[in-house]
Structures are given as structure tokens and as C-alpha cells.
Design a protein around this ligand. Structure first.
Ligand SMILES: [Zn+2]
Length: 472
């Protein structure tokens, strides 16, 4: 196979991915601020990170994936006050909602989901180091700011000229006095009615940017492989992360920066402030299938803008249906004969084209083109009845193998059965454990009659529903 190449925002180059050490590839993703339900524009960026993680694992790499949860910030404080509830109640509720939506979209669960409020000690320690090294200063209200003038390479990620930088609409308007308009808050001095922590650097709460430096370095070390986020985070958030992390450790912070372009809707960036947002639950209520939504959010290269529309959802739904129909046709294929001499080359060719495309900076469009070339090829072979039953199983296995990266094929693990069917499934598992093959086969047939197909894998039984139209 070829080497994996990724486009690094900081250098502007597409470079081979060389893991920093022999262990896991360490990845950090800026996660949600849990003050309301995430919209699908947020999920586009998270699913891009999911695609990256799944692909690296598919290629045999060990991956350690950390996604932070911002559970303290101005919006959360305002939201909790407006709802008349404790901040922890609000953030717990929206964290649960985020995880539910992420599961619906089959996002791989990150290995660690650190919460900012669990890392106050790490944040304080980092700020202390920045104070000691002269990169931070205190103001009269107990806040602490990062001094951008102390960090000459500030602005490299966003390609800004530090001399030209002035406060503007892209620079966060802090309500705290500071020496230089460019400086950003590491620590916000306590204010009446706001939550605060009593620490060695004073009473207050962390700024947003410092959280990500503290949490990423706490779980991945001072230098790690990949940092991902939406392009709107390049400035100031990621610029600030680099400055404060490298100023504190004296080491390069991140090897490769990956940024996902916006999801657009009605011609402009999907954003809560614009009001053109769509949420996972609303789309499901409107009849969109979770797998089609996942496909729609994944199917365009991460550095290209993606338009969300009824048409793009319908196209995604049609693509998923074509895959489903083929897998079903392969799994119910009954025409036995000799093995198809051309099949192995077709499967290997598709796998290789799929991998080459994703090696090329996760070129998902080309990877999906390889998948649908294979779909056409397999449909031709089914129609011509050139496959053996063993071939059909090989072809289905090959599609499921590619789907370990895509995550769009039906899979029983995400759904649940009614109690009676679940009992039959459990009895069958027990029969197999007791090596009672006759009982196991009888239960498999009984389940098939009820519309549930069971197959045995190394991880135990896997089941899926057999669509009504193709039974019998
Ligand atoms: Zn972040």
C-alpha cells in the first residue's frame, strides 16, 4: 500500500503521516461546548475525525483519540441562568444528548472524553508556568492574559501578520482590561454570580483556549500527532493553543493540523448565530435515516465546503440503499456453481483503489467512487450468475471490510430486538456454547422465519433484519 498523506494547515503542505513514536497515533479533536444540542455542521467536523480514526485503525495503526468536552464557558453560564438550573445539570444533559446523537450517527466513541471542569488543576499548572516564563500577566480584576508580544511566531497557523492584527469581528471581545487588544484570557477573575474555583493563581475560571492545551497535553503528552477541528477554530482558538502550549513546554505542540471546512445551508455557513441549523433529532423525526445522514456528512472531502439540502440527503439515502440492496442480494445468493475466476482481482482492486484514495489526504469522494465501481461490478456478476455461493460470501465480507471505515451498512449492534426474538437469540448463543448444533440451527431457522438473519463471527452472533420484500 502507499503511504498516508495529510494536509497540514500550519505548513500548508500535504505530507506523509509519520507517527511521533512507535505506539499509538495520538489525536486530539476540539469537541462540543455542551450548552445546547449540537447541529449537523458540528457533526460534520466530528465525523471527519471519526473517518480519520477509523481509517488509521483499518490500516492497522493503533490510535488514541481524545475529544474534549467544554463544560464551562460564558454561553453555559448564561444558559444555566436562563433555565434556572445548576451548570452541572445543564452540561450533563447536553453531554448525554451529544453522545446520543453521536451514537445515532455511528461516530466511534473517543478513547477519552475529558471535561474541562475535571482538569482545573492541569489548567492552573499550565498558567503558572506561563506566568513564571513571562508569557502571561495578571490584571486588577484577578484575570490572567497571555502576552502575544512575547510569542513572535503568533499568527503562523492563521497566516496573520502580528503587526497588522487589530481587534475586529474575528477577535473575541473580552470584557476584561488587558495590556494589548490581541492578548487573550487564560484565566477569568471571579465575578459575582458566576462559578469560580479557588486556586493558587486566584479565584476564577479558565478561559476556553487554555482548556484544550491542558486537556490535550494531559492525555496525549506535550507533543502529539494530529489535532483536528473546524476551520472556524484556526483563529483564534488553535493559534492560541499553539502559543500557550509551546510557550509553556518549549516543545512543538502538534505535528499535523487538520481542519474541516464548513457545512453550508441555504448558501451560508451553518451556524447557530445564522439560524440556518439542522439537528440530528429533527432530521430523524422528518424521516431521514441515520445512515443516510452519516453518509451525507461524510461523502465530501473534508477540506471542501459541503452543502446540506434535501437533495443531498436524498442522494445519500439512494447511495446507502444501493449498498444495502447489494449486500442483501449477496447474502441471499443461492445459485451455486464454480468460483468466478475474476472476482478476487475485482475485490482486491477495489480495496486497493479505496485505500489509495484515502491515503491521499482522506479523499473520500474517490474512495466512494471505488466502492460504487465495485457495486456495479458485483451487480453484473450477480445478474450473470457467475458467482458461487462462497464468492457471494467473499464479496459481502469485502464490502463489510470497507464499511469498517465508512460505517453505513446495516448492523444489528446498533438496534434492538423485541424481547421474544432476543430470548431466541440468547437461547441460540447458549446452544452454541453447549455445542448443541441441532438446537442452534433450529433457532437460526426460526429467527429467519421471523425476519432476523443470524451469522456467527469471532465476536459471537451478529444479527440483522431481513427486509420484508426479500424474505422467502
Ligand atoms: Zn479546542
Amino acid at each position: 500500500m502507499s503511504e498516508i498523506r495529510l494536509h497540514d494547515t500550519l505548513s500548508g503542505e500535504t505530507r506523509p503521516l509519520v507517527p511521533l513514536d512507535d505506539g499509538a497515533i495520538r489525536i486530539y479533536t476540539c469537541g462540543p461546548t455542551v450548552y445546547g444540542p449540537a447541529h449537523i455542521g458540528n457533526f460534520r467536523s466530528f465525523l471527519f475525525a471519526d473517518l480519520l480514526v477509523r481509517y488509521l485503525r483499518w490500516r492497522g495503526h493503533t490510535v488514541m483519540w481524545v475529544m474534549n468536552i467544554t463544560d464551562i464557558d460564558d454561553k453555559i453560564i448564561k444558559g444555566a441562568a436562563a433555565a434556572g438550573e445548576a451548570i452541572g445539570e445543564l452540561t450533563d444533559r447536553y453531554l448525554a444528548r451529544f453522545l446520543e446523537d453521536a451514537d445515532t450517527l455511528r461516530m466511534t466513541r473517543p478513547d477519552v472524553l475529558p471535561r474541562a471542569t475535571d482538569h482545573i488543576d492541569r489548567i492552573v499548572a499550565l498558567i503558572e508556568t506561563l506566568l513564571e516564563r513571562g508569557h502571561a500577566y495578571r490584571t486588577d480584576d484577578g484575570s490572567i492574559f497571555f502576552r502575544i508580544a512575547s510569542w513572535p511566531s503568533y499568527g503562523r497557523l492563521a497566516r496573520l501578520d502580528p503587526e497588522q492584527m487589530r481587534v475586529g469581528e474575528r477577535v473575541e471581545a473580552d470584557e476584561y482590561a488587558k495590556d494589548d487588544v490581541r492578548d487573550f484570557a487564560l484565566w477569568k477573575g471571579a465575578k459575582p454570580g458566576e462559578p469560580s474555583w479557588s486556586t493558587s493563581i486566584g479565584e476564577g475560571r479558565p478561559g476556553w483556549h487554555i482548556e484544550c492545551s491542558a486537556m490535550s497535553m494531559a492525555h496525549l503528552g506535550p507533543s502529539f500527532d494530529i489535532h483536528t477541528g473546524g476551520i472556524d477554530l484556526i483563529f483564534p482558538h488553535h493559534e492560541d493553543e499553539i502559543a500557550q502550549s509551546e510557550a509553556a513546554t518549549g516543545q512543538p505542540f502538534v505535528r499535523t493540523w487538520l481542519h474541516c471546512a464548513h457545512l453550508r445551508s441555504s448558501g451560508s455557513k451553518m451556524a447557530k448565530s445564522t439560524g440556518n441549523i439542522a439537528r440530528v433529532a429533527e432530521l430523524l423525526d422528518a424521516g431521514v435515516s441515520p445512515r443516510a445522514l452519516r453518509y451525507a456528512l461524510l461523502a465530501v472531502h473534508y477540506r471542501a465546503g459541503l452543502d446540506h439540502s434535501d437533495e443531498s440527503l436524498a442522494a445519500a439515502g439512494a447511495a446507502v440503499t444501493r449498498l444495502d440492496t447489494l449486500v442483501l442480494a449477496l447474502e441471499s445468493y443461492r445459485e451455486d456453481g464454480l468460483d468466478d475466476p475474476g472476482l478476487e482481482a475485482a475485490l482486491l482492486g477495489a480495496r486497493s483503489a479505496f485505500a489509495s484514495a484515502l491515503d491521499d489526504d482522506l479523499n473520500i469522494s474517490a474512495a466512494l467512487a471505488a466502492v460504487f465501481d465495485l457495486v456495479r461490478d458485483l451487480n453484473r456478476r450477480i445478474e450473470a450468475r457467475t458467482l458461487s455461493i462462497a464468492d457471494a460470501t467473499r464479496a459481502s465480507d469485502a464490502l463489510h471490510d470497507l464499511d469498517r471505515v465508512l460505517g453505513v451498512l446495516p448492523d444489528g449492534s446498533g438496534a434492538s430486538l423485541d424481547a421474544e426474538l432476543q430470548t431466541m437469540l440468547d437461547e441460540r448463543a447458549a446452544a452454541r456454547a453447549a455445542r448443541d448444533w441441532a438446537a442452534s440451527d433450529r433457532l437460526r431457522d426460526a429467527l429467519a422465519d421471523r425476519g432476523v438473519a443470524v451469522e456467527d463471527t469471532r465476536d459471537g452472533q451478529r444479527w440483522r433484519r431481513i427486509p420484508q420484500t426479500t424474505r422467502g
